[in-house]
Design a protein around this ligand. Sequence first.
Ligand SMILES: Cc1ncc(COP(=O)(O)O)c(C=O)c1O
Length: 419
Amino acid sequence: MSRLALLGGPKAVRRPLPKWPVWDEDDKAALLGVLEGGKWWMYAYGEAELGSDSAARAERSQVEQFEEEFAAFHRVKRAIAVTSGSMALEICMRAIDLGPGDEVITTPYTFFATSSCIFNAGALPVYVDVDPKSYNLDATKIEEAITGRTKAILPVHFSGELCDIEAITDIASRHDLKVIEDAAQSHGVCLEGDRYAGSFGEAGIFSFQASKCLTCGEGGLILTNSDEFAERAWSLRHCGRTRDGLWYEHHRLGWNGRMTEFCGALLRTQLRKLPEQNARRMANVKYFCERLAEMDGLLPIELHPRGVRRSHYLVMLRYQPEAWGGLSRDRFVEALNAEGVPASAGYSFLNFENPVFRTIAPNSPIDYGACAERCPNAVRACRREAVWLVHQLFLGERSDVDMILDAIAKVKEHCRELL
Ligand SMILES: Cc1ncc(COP(=O)(O)O)c(C=O)c1O
């Protein structure tokens, strides 16, 4: 094989790989429909129609229709669409009445919003290590972290792969704890029996930020089977209003977290494409992993044994430096990038290592300085092992996947030249 691109050779990837987002005439028509209709926010239809079973569906809020469609798709009763996954998390933490001194068990290997929503509610995250093979919360370590102050568990279905959610909900019910699922990365992901990520706990949250497998640029949503929770979340999204109160009458400390009609309309047309896109990614990722197994040194994360539909938001690999002559993960990623594959090493810090903890830690009853020692698997994943490939790379043809595999094989063959 030719010289490494990092050392001046030609790139292994010779044509553009699939880009994200993708859109078609339906998306365009949906956005233009909102633009030209002049109803750009949920309440443009008049409050009376919201939540009612108005016969004129076309005259109903796009956001409200998207909520119904997304909830039905995930076999859940209620959905509340919001401005971001972070806003969805903030609302959920407020809706379960977290307060000062409360603790929430979560993973350190996630986007920072999973932690900041707990702090913003006045409570404290308690970090439990991830499983070394799935990078999802290790359910066997949760019980030892429960104290009299624990109020909830906030697991993440990281990379779009279901965590050990049944074990987690079982622990929660034995200890009378709430479970809020962070399914920000897991659209349309399910276990056998049509049980979807985001449907197991008190509530589940999703993100529609630009990188996600279902996107409108920025957006989020809360799913729940509890009418009571849904009403609280509805109110918190709507500045603390109540359904029968006056417009300027506020009962809770909420936010304006309302999604725009543009986002609602676009998400409706994008949602129709999701099943086919997920199926295509699943087929391509299966092929990729089978071919990768012929080459040692890059192990795909372990998938949930009973998962039947996956999003593969991130194709997550565990880099084994011994198989690459001791080459570091970061240098490997650099070489793969130079070949034209946009791989990354993922999060720069575990949640508790972020600079903000320099302010939080000295005043906290929890010793965040000791977390790294208690979470060796997360530390290894973050600093030395994880390699991320984004979902759109697997939305194209098999020949695109072959090019990625060729690039990896090329770096493998020449890895000693980088030492
Ligand atoms: C696991 C996780 N939780 C929460 C969020 C927050 O979502 P958003 O960016 O829409 O605020 C993200 C977004 O990347 C995420 O990956």
